[in-house]
Design a protein around this ligand. Sequence first.
Ligand code: TYM
Length: 337
Amino acid sequence: MTKTHAQRVFSGVQPTGNLHLGNYLGAIRKFVDMQHEMESIYCIVDMHAITVWQDPKQLRDQTLEIAAAYVAAGIDPDKAIIFQQSAVSGHAELAWVFNCVARMGWLNRMTQFKDKAGKDKERASVGLFVYPNLMAADILLYRATHVPVGEDQKQHLELARDIATKFNNEFGDEDFFPLPEPLIKGPGARIMSLRDGTSKMSKSDPSDLSRIVLTDDADTIAKKIKKAKTDPEPLPTEMDGLEDRPEAKNLVGIYAALAGMTDEAVLAEFGGEGFGKFKPALADLAVAKLAPLTEEMRRLRGDEAYLEGILRTGAEKARVIAEPIMREVKERVGFIV
Ligand code: TYM
């Protein structure tokens, strides 16, 4: 008999560098929608952040910046839980148990570690290697059933399901942890760099022109879109015409995600037009959608006491859910509690 777990959303964002359009469209915007569907927990994953060196003062600032972004985007702190990972000790405790459940071979297959560690794996932190185990712990500490993320987190979510399955099998309850469902589909799941349509928009790209960040002003957004790499052809009228045109496909995808339209509808409107017409329309749309968010983030960022209060209350609420689950984990594993 499989028991049904209550539906619960969990997701997180790392407080490293400025949030960009990919983070917003691929994740945060979905968080806002999901809070109306089911109980939602949104974390600022500062423990994940320190898997690569972070300046302590900047880490603190960025944590508040993400809290401001969550609230400015429309997450209601009275409805959803907003908190900082390091404030709930269960994340570290469960991650340790999972370090002992997951196999080296599983982690060796993680493409994000390979990308982030680069050529010199010997110098990567051990934390970076076991990063996906901590991510599984984040989700399963709350028995979350749904996880809204961008496409790049898919492999980590599969690992979380494998860990849940192995734990359930080994510790005698096939339903102890739910198998969390990734929520990836939809426009914005994979926003690509504005300079190279084959690599994803990322905080770590050395070129500022590759990404629109949520603190960019209207002129900067317009400039980045104007300078975005494209090809000389006009936009096609059908989706087939976007094959082998990654930059054009990306800009159409961004327009669709911002406007809440399908890619097909964007092509129906702009097919046959050149980028000379499409780019200014995209810039206007991006500014119209992002400017109020940026403005609200700036306002909230000025009220640190308010943001810290949200994080404190959020952590208290998170602990209430996490503590009994962590206690059960300890009992199952054989720790005296
Ligand atoms: P992070 O901080 O790198 O990114 C936060 C979210 O933004 C999404 N994202 C994108 N979506 C579309 N296009 C892009 N170019 C793009 N770039 C980033 C990411 O998929 C993510 O959803 N490991 C996670 C944080 C994490 C987490 C968790 C997520 C820690 N624990 C538990 C879910 C559940 C990460 O590094 O996200």
